[in-house]
Design a protein around this ligand. Structure first.
Ligand code: PLP
Length: 452
């Protein structure tokens, strides 16, 4: 394939494309990619993965520092997860979940119910994160409608929030580069100030703004949707559990649902299985969101799977003699047994190996090794929440993310900054040596890309 020479990108001469990358550019429309740009910076042809490492077709290795878009938990080619998928493959790779059921889906839903102490005991299955968000939005609205409040049809979302890119999910997403082109197609949502640990007082302002919006739209709001503890796609923007407790209280006061989108932050990423658990305090009744969405890590980075967990109250609002009061949503691969088997293997790992406790040790390795970057003049707002570490690079640097990504490859690091935010969100396979390797790779890359 010969791509037309690019006018816009001519400051960088095209990197040589491996034959597989050239075929890919001709036939595969890559996600989240300006394809003209991909002709200049061709995709890396990957051959295999092992633990935290990816190997390209020429045998070079790269540390998967963002867990292949935040999905991989225990590294690539994890034998336990693979075996669970293989066993299921030989029994029953798929069957529809309407009118039928199967062991992997039932077991998974039961386990998730236990993990929420029964608070969110009903699991609805889908395949991608965005579909889970669509489902939570629809369920929330429909639940109020079934309870005689059809006017509750508006959603409140946070500035810089990200919930996926289908039309409904995009309507509650505030990332301009994904949203702007489709603005005319999107339903109206209400935006409130986002809490941001980098700005003093922002949590108080964010709660005040939320109260004002709930007050202003009283009786019309179905749900507030947010990403608990870390707005990942916004550039690892963090807030405290206190803010979330404040949101829960406001949702109760104004009788609106709270949707916690844990697609990125769930599955142990932030230091507890659900990020939301960090709002729980000893001696208090545990409060939960009305909905939790999960995807990404739940199948350990093997197969597409997403889930919406909901409460007994929500579930009961659909229970009726009338078919149309039911939640009639479906996808062809809803509850796919292979993906559920992978997820069950992931949850078994959490139960058997106390992954959450191990992650606290691993997070400490990251803090110890990467901590010296706090002193680096090119680094500001160094922040960490469990297995997410991020910092912002000072100054303005043209095409920073791309240049950093390309330079890091030379140091065996696969990393994709968001704007000028560099982050690592690695598989849960960090020891002191790996953490030191990350520090050295990041420092060498910074030295090449950002000159003092
Ligand atoms: C990735 C993500 C989504 C969308 O998931 P997809 O599987 O990419 O559709 C939704 N919400 C959050 C918080 C995410 O990080």
């Amino acid at each position: 394939m010969s791509a037309p020479p690019s006018q816009t990108f001519n400051h960088l001469s095209p990197l040589p494309a491996h034959p597989l990358a050239a075929r890919s550019l001709a036939a595969v429309w890559h996600p989240c990619t300006q394809m003209a740009r991909a002709a200049v910076v061709p995709p890396l042809p990957m051959a295999r993965g092992e633990g935290p490492w990816l190997f390209d077709v020429e045998g070079r290795r790269y540390f998967d520092a963002n867990s292949s878009w935040w999905v991989n938990l225990f590294g690539h080619s994890d034998p336990g997860i693979h075996q669970a998928i293989k066993d299921q493959l030989d029994r029953l790779p798929h069957v529809m979940l309407a009118g039928c059921t199967h062991e992997p889906a039932v077991t998974l839903a039961e386990k998730l119910s236990v993990l929420t102490q029964g608070a969110l005991g009903h699991t609805f299955f889908a395949s991608d994160g965005a579909s889970a968000v669509e489902i939570a939005l629809k369920m929330s609205f429909h639940s109020w409608k079934n309870r005689g409040q059809p006017q509750k049809k508006e959603f409140i979302c946070l500035r810089n929030g990200y919930h996926g890119e289908t039309i409904g999910a995009l309507a509650v997403t505030d990332v301009a580069i994904f949203r702007d082109a489709y603005e005319p197609l999107l339903m109206q949502a209400h935006w409130v100030t986002s809490p941001d640990s980098r700005q003093a007082g922002s949590e108080v302002r964010a709660l005040a703004d939320l109260r004002q919006t709930l007050n202003h739209r009283q009786g019309h709001v179905a749900a507030v949707i947010l990403e608990p503890l870390v707005q990942c796609a916004a550039g690892m923007v963090m807030h405290s559990p206190d803010y979330l407790r404040g949101v829960r209280a406001l949702c109760d006061e104004f009788e609106v649902h709270l949707i916690a989108d844990e697609i990125a932050v769930g599955c142990g990423r932030t230091g507890t299985f659900f990020a939301w658990e960090q709002t729980h305090q000893a001696g208090e009744n545990k409060r939960w969101p009305d909905f939790i969405t999960l995807s990404k890590g739940i199948s350990g980075g093997t197969l597409p799977l997403s889930l919406v967990l909901s409460t007994e109250t929500v579930f009961q609002s659909f229970w009726s003699d009338e078919v149309a009061r039911g939640f009639l949503h479906s996808h062809s691969y809803t509850g796919n047994p292979l993906a559920c088997a992978a997820a069950n293997a992931v949850l078994d790992r959490f139960a058997q190996a106390d992954v959450v406790a191990q992650n606290q040790v691993q997070a400490q390795h990251l803090a110890n090794a990467l901590g010296p970057l706090v002193q680096d003049a090119r680094v500001q707002h160094w922040r960490q929440r469990g297995m997410v570490v991020a910092f912002d690079v000072t100054g303005q640097h043209e095409r920073f993310a791309e240049r950093f990504h390309l330079a890091a490859r030379q140091h065996e690091l696969l990393i994709r900054p968001i704007g000028q935010t560099v982050y690592v969100m690695p598989p849960y396979l960090i020891d002191a040596d790996i953490a030191q390797f990350l520090f050295e790779g990041l420092t060498a890359t910074l030295n090449e890309v950002v000159h003092d």
